[in-house]
Design a binder for this molecule. Structure first.
Ligand SMILES: [Zn+2]
Ligand SMILES: [Zn+2]
Length: 436
């Protein structure tokens, strides 16, 4: 009898708990409701962001703070509208890379704790052209002076937009590596000057720059280096592709043989002469997806004033936009300090990998040198590594449109500009798979 009694009491307790649970469901459930932007909206420029903090106890609204970001930091604080439960901000999307993104909303208050909400959006801003030197040295390897001097010179004297110091990792110790990183992060100023750390991996197989590496130590064989770089999320560039020359039958990079692993982490190759252009075309024909890149490899105290540069196409001069542009190969090599170059194939910018069902490939070249005395002597369109069309505008700016109708299959297109003074500029390719 006693056992049955105990069971009845337990049952009563369970019913009471269940009823209490039902009561809880009627309590306030604070949450963020997004009024703008609409889900899946396409955003450009400065956009209105508006959220309502629903079911937040009225007495805690005044101490609640709300923030918005695109995919993570930096967070932008929103402002409460009057005494209501709406928070708004004018949000500048140009500070973020183009493409699909998660807009994140967060709110904190004494009674609400932390609230979160997301909206899926697509960012679509126009591309600007920035000028960079992504390969240089100081006395930490075989150059001169110190990383602080290099960053100051690149920023204030050469007036570069983007700079990366890349001393040979074989000669950099822990303290030097710490200083290289510190100087790069300190020199960076969002919207004005972008810098991040880098190192040059220097072996008999060839030299490669590793951008924003997780550490200063990498395997001595190039496959091991690629793997380690890929795992740490770094970006790799093949430097001066014909140096060292073949030694004892060892060709740099195993004669640029294609490797899927390498292709996933190597986005750039130095192409600053017609000789290096040969390596570029050889690599592209082998199947690599690489942009022509024009950094100086200076060993002198002239960082950013060494006669060859890299153009980077990005929506704005923020570290995230520049990094994303390098990852997407939106890069060109230029012997001219300020000539802007855009290449579009079927609407996609240089560096893109696209597919088209039609056998029609529409190429647009937009090249403009702000110096009036400069002229564009020649634009050459390369299809699969060979020149298929030429334009000779003899003006400082030129927009050239041309349509190609290649056979079904994979093709790549890039342009080479020759200026009146002989300076050359190489674009990254657009890779097009034409349906058949
Ligand atoms: Zn080197
Ligand atoms: Zn170097």
């Amino acid at each position: 009898m006693q056992r049955r009694h105990a069971l009845l009491i337990l049952l009563a307790l369970l019913v009471a708990l269940a009823l209490q649970g039902a009561g809880c469901a009627q309590e306030l459930k604070p949450r963020i409701e997004v009024a703008a932007p609409a889900d899946n909206a396409v955003l450009r420029g400065v956009t209105d962001v508006r959220v309502a903090l629903a079911d937040v106890p009225a007495d805690s609204l005044s101490t609640t703070r709300a923030f918005v970001s695109l995919g993570g930091p930096p967070w932008v604080e929103m402002k409460r509208e009057g005494e209501g439960n709406t928070w708004t901000v004018q949000f500048d999307t140009t500070a973020y890379p183009n493409g699909p993104a998660k807009m994140l909303f967060m709110a904190w208050g004494p009674k609400t704790k932390r609230l979160g909400m997301t909206a899926l959006v697509t960012i679509q801003n126009g591309l600007q052209c920035y000028f960079a030197d992504l390969h240089s040295h100081t006395s930490y390897s075989d150059g001169t002076l110190y990383p602080a001097d290099a960053h100051l010179y690149a920023r204030e004297v050469a007036k570069l937009d983007v700079f990366v110091l890349t001393d040979h990792l074989e000669s950099v110790d822990d303290a030097e590596w710490a200083d290289m990183r510190e100087q790069a992060w300190k020199a960076n100023e969002e919207g004005r000057f972008v810098s991040f750390p880098g190192l040059e991996w220097t072996k008999a197989y060839g030299h490669a720059n590793i951008y924003d590496p997780a550490g200063r130590k990498f395997p001595n064989d190039f496959e091991g280096m690629w793997k380690a770089a890929a795992e740490s999320g770094a970006i790799v560039k093949i430097n001066h592709p014909f140096y060292p020359d073949p030694i004892n039958g060892v060709n740099p990079w195993n004669n640029l043989a294609y490797s899927e692993l390498a292709d996933s982490v190597v986005e750039l190759m130095e192409v600053r002469s017609t000789k290096e252009e040969e390596a570029y075309i050889q690599a592209l024909k082998a199947g690599w997806h690489l942009a022509a890149e024009g950094s100086s490899d200076t060993h002198s105290p002239n960082w950013g004033n060494a006669g060859t540069w890299t153009g980077i196409l990005a929506p704005s001069l923020t570290r995230r936009c520049i990094w994303e542009a390098l990852r997407n190969r939106q890069v060109f090599s230029t012997r001219d300090r300020n000539c802007r170059l855009f290449l579009w194939v079927n609407g996609a910018p240089m560096g893109a990998i696209v597919e088209t069902p039609a056998a029609s490939v529409a190429v647009t070249v937009d090249v403009a040198d702000p110096d009036a005395q400069e002229s564009i002597a020649k634009i050459e369109l390369y299809e699969n590594g060979a020149v298929v069309a030429t334009d000779e505008p003899k003006t400082a700016a030129r927009r050239w449109e041309i349509t190609r109708t290649p056979a079904a299959g994979k093709h790549f297109y890039f342009v080479r500009i020759t200026q009146g003074d002989g300076n050359m500029i190489w674009s990254a390719p657009v890779w097009v798979t034409v349906g058949g």
